[in-house]
Design a protein around this ligand. Structure first.
Ligand code: GLU
Length: 322
């Protein structure tokens, strides 16, 4: 009798809550500007998950955000459950450096890495910015607060011995607006730490004003990678950008994009998402050209915060982690 009444109660609750809506869990992934790679990547991952939303009772939504720094803070506030974060900023946040000086973000957790990102400096050809030193005296968008490029641009100018406050006019424009501002003549150059190809650079090269990538010379790349071990040499491909002035791929430095979460997000959710992504890497590679380089192995590189237990469980199951 007691058993029966428990069942009736459970059934009534289920009906009351509207059937399967009872168990649906919502996951929001914070990305970046709509013309970057984070946003379409978030879309690609959501697409994989939402195809099976009935099976998993999971519903994933993508949010365009300010970028890496914003995403770390939103994860730590519980505003989002997943976020795309540059590998350098994952390290700084977890270890309490840079933007988080003295305030380690102890609940930050790594899931997996995605594509490489190059610190990209795009300039108006008519401004004759052919090297780092030519940026002096120019109007340069170093990136809005909350973006990863703003942090990288500051590191870059410091390593180059250029004073951001005195030697140039620094702007803090959102990445989705930088290309049109460059075309309109309101800025001379902009920084974007981003995978290639991406919509922002495509938009900028398609305009009437000719543009060129500014190479970062070998000595400066060496200095940056020696001082900050999370930086690595990188190349910007010119092939996807017909119309750009450069004829050859452009040297610079870079990082990796990673997917992070919080220790507060349940392990079953993170396990499901990690598994779904790793079992469908082929599909993910096809969903965006910047993701075409992904492999199971390189998706475990560049992680410095502890792995989330849900991700770790999957990696152990398939032998990617011991
Ligand atoms: N790396 C940039 C950032 O952290 C975002 C790049 C993108 O949206 O693809 O702000």
């Amino acid at each position: 009798m007691k058993k029966l009444s428990v069942w009736i109660l459970a059934l009534a609750l289920l009906v009351f809550a509207g059937g399967d809506a009872l168990a649906i869990q919502y996951v929001t992934i914070g990305t970046g500007g709509v013309t970057g790679v984070y946003y379409p990547t978030g879309g690609a991952i959501s697409k994989l998950i939402n195809k099976k939303r009935k099976e998993y009772n999971l519903r994933m939504t993508v949010e365009s955000t300010g970028g890496s720094v914003f995403n770390v803070n939103a994860l730590m506030n519980g505003d989002i459950e997943m976020g795309v974060v540059q590998s350098d900023l994952q390290w700084q946040a977890y270890n309490g450096k840079g933007e988080w000086e003295g305030k380690p973000q102890e609940k930050l957790r790594a899931m997996f890495a995605i594509h490489p990102e190059a610190v990209t400096i795009l300039a108006a050809d008519d401004k004759n910015i052919r090297s780092v030193a030519d940026l002096k005296g120019k109007i340069v968008n170093i990136g809005a607060p909350g973006t990863g490029q703003r942090v990288n641009a500051m590191d870059f100018f410091q390593a180059a011995g250029i004073d951001v406050d005195k030697d140039l006019k620094a702007e803090g424009i959102k990445p989705s607006e930088a290309a049109s501002m460059l075309q309109d003549g309101r800025i001379d150059a902009f920084f974007y730490t981003v995978g290639h190809p991406n919509g922002s650079i495509k938009e900028a090269v398609a305009g009437a004003r000719k543009v060129n990538f500014v190479p970062v010379d070998e000595a400066l790349v060496a200095k940056l990678t020696a001082d900050q071990p999370y930086y690595a040499p990188a190349m910007i491909p010119v092939a996807p950008y017909p119309g750009v002035v450069n004829k050859e791929d452009v040297p610079t430095f870079g990082v990796k994009a990673t997917i992070c979460t919080s220790a507060d997000v349940p392990a079953d959710i993170i396990y499901t998402i990690t598994k779904e992504v790793f079992e469908n890497i082929d599909e993910l590679r096809d969903l965006h050209p910047a993701l075409s380089v992904l492999t199971r192995e390189n998706m475990l590189q560049g992680l410095s915060a502890p792995l989330h237990p849900g991700a770790e469980k999957y990696f152990k199951e398939v032998g990617l982690v011991k």
